[in-house]
Design a protein. Sequence first.
Length: 338
Amino acid sequence: MNKPAKLQPGQLTMILTLSAAFSVMCAAFPFTLEQLIGTAISIGLQILLCIPAFLLTRRTDSLAAHCKGHKFLPLFFCYYLLLAGGRSVVQLWSVSGSLSLPVHNALLAAALIAGICFYTSTLGIQTLARSSTLTFGVLLLTLAVMLLGGYRSIHLQNLAFSPDSCIWSSVLQHLSLADELPVLVLLLGFLEKQPIRSTFRFFGFSFGIWFFVLFLGITILGSFMPHAAYPFFTIASVSQPFRTQRADALYLIVFVLLCILRLTLFTTLSAHLLGEAFPKLRFRNGICLLIILGHAVGIGILGLSSSWWYIVPIVLLTVCVPWSLLLLDPPEPAPQKQ
């Protein structure tokens, strides 16, 4: 695979924001005031974790440049992306069990989504970036519909601390979902300009979506929150702006679109990194997608889709690798003119 074309700053922001929105929809923990505060702290920590990547980019260097001619570094990132993709498939499978999908066979639905992801991953990341603009608009429309249907049910007295929740554990829980950080480190090398501004816009949109959904969940569901398996879709079911359940189709469309975008992103980037390590390897997109599905089976059997240990590879790839490149692999000095 050739190097992906350059991305516009807005495209980077939207790709990462949509990937984060999928995690919001798949959240399987109670929404509490502690979770809201912990999310804000977690996003602040994530900004700090990105400082080494910013420094690497400002040095007119990038992680993508260091992946050329090496095997360990691209394979390290590639394996994490495949693992994150498998985790996303497990999240899709878990959430779809509580939804009314138009395809009654869950296995057939997963096969259809996998086929679409394989096709879209072969088109390259720039095609994915262009389609993210439309998907982002549909996401904003969905959130507006949710607010329109639920604002009458908002009860601010539900904004109270919960005895069963902890801010620190909420920070770790949100940080374990930050799959976008290693992706951000990779995509900064494909950005034409404004890497820091684009990253801050992403974190702003991400926090805005998390805050919006958490606030609605806390104030609308109230005491019913502990019984909500997937709070986002529980909010959607009780905040219908129409007399019939017509908005359900919109939520379902957005969920499938975000899932396809996320899996396509992981497949495309991992196939690119696999090509950096093994340039002559063919059918890289298909290989990566099959590995993602294999990881999904293992993660589902072991029940590791919501484990906090995901924080370890996120920190290693986002902080340790860029710092190592900054300290151990300095840029070559520019040749002096005679």
